[in-house]
Design a protein around this ligand. Structure first.
Ligand SMILES: Cc1ncc(COP(=O)(O)O)c(C=O)c1O
Length: 322
């Protein structure tokens, strides 16, 4: 299998930094952070690493446009729109639901990057996506479709390389914690850990899906990415660590857990989390350390996957009185 093509736009390697002030609050646990919120493109985030491969693949296949879908405040869509702009590709985003009255956060940026937005409205977003793809095909534009969250073999492959990058940064950690949703980021890290020798635990804090179903998805993605690299791996689905007790009322339903984490990281370390993904993951991490479930005498790395532009769409909630 030839090595997948790649364009270069991410600012790599992203920094690994200590979190001294938050660590101090948890005697015995040393916290670190990997700054994939600083991948450089359009306020950064984890999808930029994946997009280096999608854009190259789209160029290879002489695509006339890039199409993907996501939620109203999708970070994946914002980074896709920015990457498409950067490489002169037309971009169509299918966003769930109806156009809101206020244009804020990621949606504002999608529009600035010149993406065409198709609102799914009351329709099923996946069917809307398919309709748009069919229309583009019928017009001969050869669309390049990226799955939701950029989670396929190529996207996971990008994160196997990210793990290699992290291991080269020589930060001895016992555990990595990240927000996991469509699964490609965690799958890539797990594959990278197997290939490049990380023996710690990779704990995905699920943002929206129960652990058994997400474990199946992550496991399939690890296998597909390994096949892309022509690697044989020995993975037991049960070894994939996913915590699903922080989903609360569901996707993007912000609660005290996320608000507390967003405020704490900002006030103590000057670091911006987002209310949907990294706020939930960091809130989950802090809850697990507090309860003693993890962290005793551990070095823990919080892998920051970005998302801060969404903060501006949740200002009232984040600043609401407790
Ligand atoms: C900020 C942020 N963190 C984490 C994730 C989860 O990544 P994945 O979908 O690869 O599991 C996303 C996905 O949209 C995200 O936007």
């Amino acid at each position: 299998m030839p090595i997948p093509h790649r364009v270069h736009m991410a600012h790599l390697p992203t920094a690994v930094e200590p979190l001294p002030r938050i660590s101090k609050m948890f005697m015995g646990t040393e916290l670190w952070i990997k700054r994939d919120d600083q991948t450089g493109l359009a306020f950064g985030g984890n999808k930029t690493r994946k997009l280096e491969f999608f854009i190259a693949d789209a160029q290879q296949s002489k695509a006339g446009c890039i199409i993907t879908r996501g939620a109203l405040q999708s970070n994946h869509c914002r980074q896709t729109a920015a990457a498409a702009a950067r490489f002169g590709l037309r971009c169509i985003l299918i966003l769930s639901g109806h156009q809101p009255r206020e244009v804020q956060g990621n949606l504002l940026l999608d529009l600035l990057f010149g993406a065409q937005i198709v609102w799914a409205g009351n329709d099923n977003p996946e069917q809307t996506l398919q309709r748009v793809i069919d229309k583009e095909k019928s017009e001969g534009s050869n669309p390049y479709s990226i799955p939701m969250g950029g989670s396929n073999a190529l996207g996971a492959y990008a994160y196997a390389l990210a793990m290699e990058e992290f291991l080269g940064q020589n930060t001895p950690v016992d555990r990595i914690i990240l927000a996991t949703s469509s699964g490609g980021t965690q799958a890539g890290m797990i594959l990278g850990a197997m290939l490049f020798g990380f023996e710690g635990i990779i704990t995905g804090i699920s943002v929206n899906e129960k652990a058994p179903a997400l474990r199946r998805k992550v496991s399939a993605l690890v296998r597909e990415a390994a096949a892309l690299m022509d690697k044989d791996i020995n993975l037991q689905e049960d070894d994939i660590v996913i915590r699903d007790e922080f989903i609360g009322k569901g996707y993007a339903k912000v609660s005290e857990l996320e608000i507390h984490a967003v405020r704490l990281f900002a006030a103590q370390e000057g670091i911006l989390l987002d209310p949907v993904y990294t706020g939930r993951a960091a809130g989950g991490m802090l809850a697990l350390i507090r309860s003693g479930a993890i962290g005793k005498d551990e070095n823990i790395l919080f892998w920051h996957t970005g998302g801060a532009p969404a903060l501006f769409a949740y200002g009232d909630v984040i600043l609401s009185e407790e």
